[in-house]
Design a protein around this ligand. Sequence first.
Ligand code: FRU
Length: 493
Amino acid sequence: MSSLQLKENIEKAELAIREKRQSVQLGKTRQKYHFMAECGWINDPNGLIYFRGKYHLFYQFNPFGPEWSRMHWGHAVSDNMVDWTYLPIALAPSETYDSHERGGCFSGTALEHEGTLYLLYTGTSKTEEGFVQVQCLAESFDGITFSKYEGNPVLKVTEGYEECDFRDPKIWKHKGRFYLACAAKKSGYAKLLLYRSENLKSWEYISVMAESRGEWGEMWECPDFYSINGMDILTFSPIGAGERTTVYMIGKLDYRTGKFCCLKEGEIDWGFDYYAPQTLEDAQGRRIMFGWAGGWDWMPWWKGRGPSWKEGWSGFFGIPREVRMISEDILQFIPVKELEYLREKELADIPELNLTGDNSFSLPDAGIYELKLTIDLENTSARLCILRLRGNKDYYTDVVLDFENMELTVDRNHSDGWSSDISRSIFYPVNKEKIDIHIFMDQSSVEVFANEYTNVHTCCIYPENNQMSNRVISSGGTVFIKGMKMWSLKNSN
Ligand code: FRU
């Protein structure tokens, strides 16, 4: 029954995509170069992997409409992370353990073993007692068509934990064995449970790998785990930790006890729209991250789905970022160099700009662009440097460097008449002499990377096409800019 039902349900979903994609693609809020689904709803990136020479993205997907429901795994591949080819849906709800309108094939990860591509995902179903989450295995020999293991589920919740909150398995290999870390909950606190296996099919519980004692909320969605420069990195998206929705921890996992010891923590992205990031390691050994540029209704700033929803789609991924480490205790998130393929025309190249007092400098009009600048801190006395972007006479989005409070903010209260709130991060200049800012503007988003790529903000905004003005403003003193470049970016979608 299983593979036939899976095939049928994938065909149904593919048909829905064929019916909708043309009209959805006319939507004026569609992104120009960010990864999106052809239509419908997407949330978390899943199963990211560099497999047989290509980057594979899977994603939480409802092909039937722009709302979250009946989770499928969409699938796309790329040679360069800029141009994506959609492949057939990889997983659709088809079994009792992964079928429900408010369930389906939830998030998980991928692993290659002896040439086979394995996916480990959460099956969510509902019984009379409530929702049940279990971990399931699927495999593929060609990297396109997947079959679910007939012995599924391969893992049910460990006794003492809630079966409705046991999800998002992260799998990896270490010294010839498989490990799985899964988000769970006990008495209102987030727990990350660690398991071990010899064959991916039967799993042995080891211990609580890491946990919240209240400070990190009640559930750690979409954990990821990997090593950089000999240190272990644990990342997760906590529910119930206020504005902290993409946490990283640098430390060490003791494989003997199964305990992760955290030495330093930080935030991956302080914007309103970045969640559930996951990574892959590519052939060049780079650790590359994708995250869902969206959010849930429990987030403090939530005010409803944005205008794209009315066009039949919702959700996209932030630009791919390479994760690196500076001096053992701080992570950088650097847009991958392949994004330079998107550069179309150099709009500005200004070696030096000295803005004094309350002054303003106009950059070229543009809507879809990349902007890079460096502020010389030793010759800057201003209180604020404001980048007033995507403006017209009524609206604009402000990216502000507040030198008095050492804060970076993205203010979208005047962005478009719909968006609101100010996202905020504190920075301690990694380099005392200068501060760099790198901005990617697309049709419906702004991504800001500052302070050597350690302060990042991803926010959705919905400017009209006549919002094209871009300015640099100094307030309360001098802003000394040493190098500023701007490029218009191509449409790759
Ligand atoms: C995170 C999440 C995951 C879950 C998935 C369902 O955004 O809530 O925990 O697996 O989305 O779509």
